[in-house]
Unconditional design. Structure first.
Length: 117
């Protein structure tokens, strides 16, 4: 179960935040893990929910084994073990800065090109 969660989390970090610095990548990972109630067994199903992540169902992600050993995988591991600082400040949502705030929520933090709520 942990291997699947690691692959899903690493893939989401890659697909949503590969152009961001480490804090932005960690923040995106924590949003997914928080939505999964910090339970590894919920990570993949949360990632696959409709309209949760912009890439899912629209873009083809890399094969999971291609991310093994990358920084995305290492960040995902740290998040799953709660070893990384949560730069998202408890956020449950995020979007690119070019998009509008569709939730009517007050931003918690802006990291590079993402706004976290």
């Amino acid at each position: 179960m942990l291997d699947q969660a690691l692959a899903c989390l690493a893939t989401t970090i890659f697909m949503e935040a590969r152009g961001e610095g480490i804090p932005g990548q960690i923040a995106v990972g924590y949003v997914l893990y928080r939505r999964a109630d910090f339970k590894p067994q919920n990570v993949c199903s949360e990632m696959k929910k409709p309209y949760q992540f912009s890439w899912y169902g629209k873009l083809k992600p890399p094969e999971p084994q291609t991310l093994v050993g990358t920084s995305y995988y290492k960040i995902a591991y740290q998040i799953l073990h709660l070893k990384a600082k949560d730069y998202s400040k408890g956020a449950t949502n995020f979007h690119h800065i070019a998009l509008n705030n569709q939730w009517g929520m007050k931003p918690r933090v802006i990291i590079n090109n993402h706004v976290f709520y």
